[in-house]
Design a protein around this ligand. Structure first.
Ligand code: FMN
Length: 276
């Protein structure tokens, strides 16, 4: 996850198999030309070979614009045994035909999709495969409990700001919601941190436990731009963009704090649309 943790430049058979599993939650992080990270679910991400990942372009907007402006990306998958794989890579282009397009068009999930079929195949050359991030269940449980207990304490007066609507905060509150954070790593590529404990403290603030991925979390800089995405089993997804407000202590317990500036839907019927 950290840029000084030198990873492999190709997927191991285990990582390749994880990216090959069709129903696992997968996310793609990109960065705009202004330096704002974006992270959304892209379930069609798969490994074409150990050095290449591809995905089907169906409903991406900010992601597409970012890819056109800045080829640096990161992709992540979470396995059922709670292990997250993160890769960094360079976007090489959209292909409207060819072997990658044909491979994605044959994908069981996409073949029958109600929309227009796939627009194109996006191709990413892998630069670095980060060591797998295990999410130990006990630590995770601790972080989930902490955020739930501390959320009333960490919330504040919103002073007229528009709040995250209840259906959105309800998704962030779900125990089974899969959540990932994106930020800009020191190498200029997006970094991705699995953050299952992310939880609303109020309508404009999220908090998270710091026991897992603590090194990566410890390197986030105060007020740096971050984006976070949640996907539920429905599946329904949202993305928030905001800034990291540091690690704070409530009742002596540490949690990370994110102030929300923008909120987007990331699933039909309004995929990519801004809510706040
Ligand atoms: C479960 C799930 C899987 C998705 N998979 C894909 C995908 O494979 N390809 C795609 O183009 N969009 C996919 N999307 C839709 C995008 O994530 C969604 O439209 C998002 O809002 C795009 O945001 P953007 O404007 O930041 O690019 C998926 C959405 C969900 C909820």
């Amino acid at each position: 996850m950290l840029s000084d943790q030198v990873g492999e430049d190709r997927l191991s058979p285990e990582a390749e198999a994880s990216f090959a599993r069709p129903m696992l939650p997968k996310f793609l992080a990109t960065v705009s030309s202004e330096g704002t990270p974006n992270i959304v679910p892209i379930i069609s991400i798969e490994a074409a070979d150990p050095k290449t990942i591809i995905f089907a372009e169906l409903m991406i907007w900010k992601t597409r614009k970012n890819l056109e402006e800045n080829p640096k990306v990161a992709a992540a998958v979470m396995t059922r045994d709670l292990k997250a794989w993160v890769v960094k890579g360079d976007f090489e282009g959209f292909q409207k035909k060819g072997k990658y397009y044909d491979k994605l068009s044959c994908n069981e999930l996409l073949r029958y999709n109600a929309y227009t079929g796939i627009r194109s195949a996006a191709v990413i050359r892998i630069k670095e495969v980060l060591p797998a991030v295990p999410l130990p269940k006990l630590k995770l449980l601790g972080d989930l409990i902490k955020t739930r207990i501390l959320s009333p304490r960490a919330g504040s007066q919103l002073q007229g700001k528009r709040e995250m609507p209840v259906p959105v905060s309800e998704k962030f509150r779900r125990l089974m919601g899969v959540k990932f954070l994106a930020y800009i790593d020191t190498d200029g590529y997006p970094g991705i941190i699995p953050l299952l404990s992310l939880f609303p403290a109020d309508g404009r603030k999220l908090i998270f436990g710091t026991s897992i991925s603590s090194e990566a979390i410890g390197r986030l800089k105060f007020s740096e731009k971050v984006a976070a995405s949640v996907i539920t089993s429905d599946p329904v997804a949202y993305q928030v963009k905001g800034s990291f407000q540091g690690i704070k202590r409530y009742w002596g317990i540490k949690v990370g704090v994110i102030d929300i500036d923008e909120l987007y839907s990331a699933s039909p019927p309004l995929p990519g649309e801004r809510i706040i």
